[in-house]
Ligand binder design. Structure first.
Ligand code: 0T9
Length: 382
């Protein structure tokens, strides 16, 4: 049913129409107030670890296959948080706040027996928007490092989102060695736009490739014309090309080992949300402090105050406008350009690398992805 507030109906219709002519980057389009979320995209990497027990559990795998399977389980169990949280909390998918360059987000999942997990996020590009993140459980010896950007297009009433970027999970194994897992990111389809109640369905497939020779392939399907369940997945785990196990189910509820009753993924287990310092203790770049007044305006329905504060933020960030109007290639050039060193945007927590060595090594096992990709390596508060 139609949930668009009466006085925003015309605005919503023209917003939907304008989507048809949009090219690539949706984040800066002005949308009607009812669809705005008070949360910035820099908070989204926290979805990777809302099952911190599964993240830590990867390190307890006794064999390479055990660990590959545990990575797959953890990954599938993060999907519900990543792609349905806004619907659960706010009734539909909403348009997140578009982070500013240099925006940060820090969080922690306290130690409840398997070690503390920490999260560090930085907005490393504004145009196009790219968010880099680093998650670590030191005690367990598991880290996740990645970056995320989006390319959007519009067709047949839906927004199609291709995620740019990848994640690398690293686990320390007995004997001082490390195993790496390259994780590719799913394509999204945003449906239900006409009714003003958008939700996400995942499409196509993603992979998790390990340097131990294990490759997991995950296929995503929604409700079809004739049959099928929403939010379904089918996955296989293969070693050196030979399938060792298959799984199927939904990423919002239960997935089982194929042709058995053995539960493989249970996404109904309560999640643990990330803990964040009170705003008073945050630095000025931290997301919730930076957007405090904008978020307050959106939450209370004072959209004029929200938009005034948003403009203030955008105007007050040093270098922001010069940098944000450049393309990614221009930004690459700017980074390279020694002469403009004085004018360069300095990343705070991450270091840009033009080719991610782990990606380069493992990407050849995944069909249809570029052989090289850039990355952002976490270097801490240097
Ligand atoms: C990485 C995730 C990503 C970010 C969001 C497409 C989207 C921005 C990117 C891909 C996270 O790990 C997972 C979840 C949700 C994704 C967002 C959903 C969404 O709608 C937005 C885009 C930019 C919009 O706001 C579209 C306009 C809006 C009116 C539709 C609700």
């Amino acid at each position: 049913t139609d949930v668009v507030p009466t006085e925003q109906k015309a605005g919503w219709t023209s917003f939907i129409k304008s989507l048809a002519s949009m090219t690539g980057d949706l984040s800066s389009m002005t949308a009607p107030p009812f669809i705005l979320s008070p949360t910035s995209l820099t908070e989204f990497p926290a979805y990777w670890c809302e099952r911190p027990e599964l993240f830590a559990d990867i390190a307890t795998g006794r064999t390479e296959q055990d660990r590959a399977e545990k990575v797959l389980r953890w990954f599938i169990c993060t999907l519900k948080g990543q792609y349905t949280t806004r619907n659960e909390k706010m009734g539909s998918e909403k348009k997140p706040l578009n982070p500013v360059l240099g925006e940060e987000f820090f969080g922690v999942w306290p130690d409840v027996g398997f070690g503390e997990t920490t999260l560090s996020v930085e907005q490393v590009s504004h145009h196009p928007p790219i968010t880099a993140y680093f998650i670590q459980n030191k005690k367990a010896g598991v880290t996740l490092q990645g970056h995320s950007g989006q390319k959007t297009s519009f067709s047949a009433g839906s927004i199609n989102v291709k995620q740019n970027g990848h994640a690398v999970l690293t686990v320390a194994v007995p004997g001082g060695k490390k195993e790496n897992f390259l994780i590719t990111l799913p394509k999204l389809q945003i449906q239900g736009l006409v009714w003003g109640s958008p939700y996400i369905e995942l499409t196509d497939s993603t992979a998790i490739v390990s340097d131990t020779g294990f490759v997991a392939n995950i296929d995503y399907k929604g409700k079809g014309w004739v049959s099928g369940k929403a939010h379904s997945y089918k996955a296989t785990l293969a070693h050196n090309g030979k399938t060792v196990r298959s799984y199927e189910g939904t990423w919002t509820a239960i997935g089982k080992v194929a042709k058995s009753d053995e539960i493989f993924t249970d996404a109904t287990v309560p999640k643990t949300e990330v803990s964040v310092k009170p705003i008073e203790e945050q630095n000025d770049w931290e997301s919730r402090k930076l957007w405090r007044a904008t978020a307050q305006g959106i939450r209370t329905g004072d959209y004029e105050a929200a938009s005034r504060d948003k403009s203030r933020i955008e105007a007050s960030i040093k270098f922001y406008l010069i940098f944000s109007n450049s393309t990614q290639n221009e930004q690459r050039q700017m980074r390279k350009d020694e002469a403009s060193a004085g004018n360069q945007w300095q990343l705070k927590l991450f270091q840009y690398v033009e080719s991610d060595p782990v990606y380069k090594k493992l990407a050849s096992h995944v069909k249809g992805i570029p052989s090289e990709e850039d990355a952002y390596i976490f270097r801490g508060n240097a």
